[in-house]
Design a protein around this ligand. Structure first.
Ligand code: 1GP
Length: 231
C-alpha cells in the first residue's frame, strides 16, 4: 500500500513493552501502518524483536530511523527524519551524511522516505535531543511547511507535538500551504474525538503513547480517523 494513502498509523516504541496480544490488536485494527520508532533507548535488539513479532501480520511496517545502529532489513519502508527546526546540524543532515558515507552504496531508495519534522513541544524527548529551543508559532510553521514542500521537496511534513495535543489552527495553517507534501500530525491523541479533530486537518494521523496507557482508546482512533473526510 502506498504511503500516500495512509490516513492512520500507530507508532510503536521498541523501547517500551507490549504483549503479543496487544500487538495483534494494533496490527489487525485496520490501521494503515505501524511505524516503529522512538527517541530514547532504541537499539538493534529491541527493533529486531518488535519487527519479528509484527511481521506475522500483513499490515505495512516502517522503521523510523533514529539511530544508524538500529537499522535492519525487513521493513517495508524506512522513514528518515530531518528536523527542520533543530539547532543541531547533526539532526538536520549530519547523521544522514555519516550514514550515507557508510551505507549509501547499498540503500534501496524505493523504500526510503524523508520526513521534514517540525517539533512543536519543547518538553518532549525529541526536542531536547535535537536542540529545539523555541516553539515555532503559526507563521514559523507555515514557513517550515513551505520549506518542506517547495525548497526541499520533501514527501512528508511532520508536525510533531509528541506528548501534547496540538493547536488545530496551526495544523490547519500548515495544511493550507501543502499540496504535494503530505502532512503528518502526531501528538497527544488520547481518544476518538481528538483523532477526528486532527484527521480533518492532516493527511495522516499518528497515534503513539496512548497505546501504552489505554489500548482500547488507542484502537478507537482508527475508525475515528477513517470516518472523517480528508482535508
Ligand atoms: C510521536 O507523533 C507521535 O512521535 C505520536 O505522539 O505519542 O503523543 O501520541 P504521541
Amino acid at each position: 500500500m502506498d504511503m500516500k494513502s495512509w490516513r492512520h498509523a500507530f507508532k510503536v516504541d521498541p523501547a517500551k513493552t507490549i504483549t503479543d496480544a496487544d500487538l495483534e490488536k494494533l496490527a489487525e485494527s485496520g490501521t494503515d501502518a505501524l511505524i516503529v520508532g522512538g527517541s530514547d533507548g532504541v537499539d538493534l535488539e529491541n527493533v529486531l524483536d518488535l519487527l519479528a513479532r509484527i511481521r506475522r501480520y500483513s499490515v505495512p511496517v516502517a522503521l523510523e530511523v533514529s539511530t544508524v545502529e538500529s537499522v535492519t532489513p525487513g521493513f517495508d519502508f524506512y522513514f528518515i527524519p530531518t528536523v527542520l527546526n533543530s539547532t543541531k546540524t547533526e539532526w538536520i543532515n549530519g547523521i544522514h551524511h555519516a550514514a550515507l558515507k557508510e551505507y549509501g552504496h547499498m540503500m534501496n531508495w524505493d523504500e526510503v522516505m524523508t520526513e521534514g519534522y517540525c517539533i512543536m513541544n519543547p518538553d518532549c524527548t525529541a526536542a531536547k535531543l535535537t536542540g529545539v529551543q523555541e516553539i515555532p508559532d503559526e507563521d514559523d510553521v507555515v514557513a517550515y511547511a513551505r520549506m518542506a514542500e517547495h525548497l526541499f521537496k520533501l514527501p512528508v511534513f511532520y508536525l510533531e507535538y509528541s506528548g501534547r495535543f496540538g493547536e488545530p489552527s496551526v495544523v490547519k495553517a500548515a495544511g493550507r500551504v501543502l499540496d504535494n507534501t503530505r502532512l503528518f500530525y502526531g501528538g497527544g491523541i488520547t481518544n476518538a474525538e481528538e483523532a477526528k479533530t486532527m484527521a480533518a486537518l492532516a493527511d495522516t494521523v499518528i497515534v503513539g503513547n496512548v497505546i501504552y496507557t489505554n489500548l482500547s482508546a488507542a484502537l478507537s482512533t482508527v475508525e475515528a480517523v477513517k470516518s472523517v473526510t480528508h482535508r
